[in-house]
Design a binder for this molecule. Structure first.
Ligand code: G3P
Ligand code: MG
Length: 242
């Protein structure tokens, strides 16, 4: 049996400011099998690693990523909202995150979530795919999105790319669609998984933080857990699964 993969949600989000180089460095340090991150496009078409469309929750700036240039985004403090000790953190580009992971010879999985849920970011699919495939990285890359059309576009650009279908709630709309393209994984919410539903496709569950939920997912031998606390999940996983 393959061990359940422990995937750091937005890096080690529970202990570091999400989607920053510090959060990704910590995820590597604790031994995460995978790292999940979110991407948007800036006004000047750079691939930006941040969760929200707006910079307001996680930085000292105002406005939406798509209306700000890379230079403007780089001036923002992306750590103080979390804790003053992280005031030096800034919003990273996808290039900077990949450079960091390559420098430390990270051998795990990187899950790029394309945040095309509210804005379509024309060209983002081609741009991210071209960037990822421009060289052989030390780690492997898979893509996910709540936007099914984005996954279809990825498969059109590269039929070999690995995609995972994200869904919330009961997932009935997306699970009925998924046979139309070869989806490698489902990434459902924990509440969906805890229902009586069965999955035909392997699942990686999010966001699994509590000890009892981690243990529940391990007992069910899920393919992966996406968690804010990878160190905690790894500790439990390594006792339960050898
Ligand atoms: O990939 C799992 C999770 O990241 C999906 O939700 O909102 O945290 O990006 P969200
Ligand atoms: Mg995400």
């Amino acid at each position: 049996m393959d061990r359940t993969k422990i995937i750091a949600h937005r890096g080690s989000k529970g202990t570091h400011p999400e989607n920053t180089l510090e959060a990704f460095r910590e995820a590597v340090r604790v031994g995460s099998d995978g790292i999940e991150l979110d991407i948007h496009l800036s006004l000047d078409n750079e691939l930006i690693v941040i969760h929200d469309e707006s910079v307001e929750r996680t930085t000292n700036g105002k406005g939406n990523v798509q209306n700000l240039t890379l230079t403007e985004l780089k001036q923002l403090d992306a750590g103080s909202w979390y804790s003053p000790e992280f005031s030096h953190c800034c919003i990273p580009t996808l290039q900077e995150v990949f450079n960091l992971l390559e420098e430390v010879d990270y051998q795990g999985l990187v899950n790029i979530e394309l945040k095309t849920d509210n804005y379509s970011y024309p060209g983002i699919v081609e741009k991210v795919w071209a960037f990822v495939t421009e060289k052989d990285w030390s780690f492997s890359v898979e893509y996910s999105s709540f936007n099914y059309e984005t996954l279809v576009q990825l498969k059109e650009v590269d039929p070999t790319c690995k995609i995972a279908l994200l869904f919330e709630n009961n997932g009935e709309n997306v699970t009925s669609l998924s046979p139309t393209i070869p989806v490698r994984m489902w990434h459902p919410k924990l509440s969906w998984f805890k229902g009586i539903r069965n999955s035909e496709i392997p699942v990686r569950i999010w966001t699994v933080n509590k000890n009892e939920d981690i243990q529940y997912c391990l007992q069910k031998q899920v393919a992966g857990i996406i968690t804010d606390y990878p160190e905690r999940a790894l500790h439990i996983r390594n006792k339960w699964q050898y």
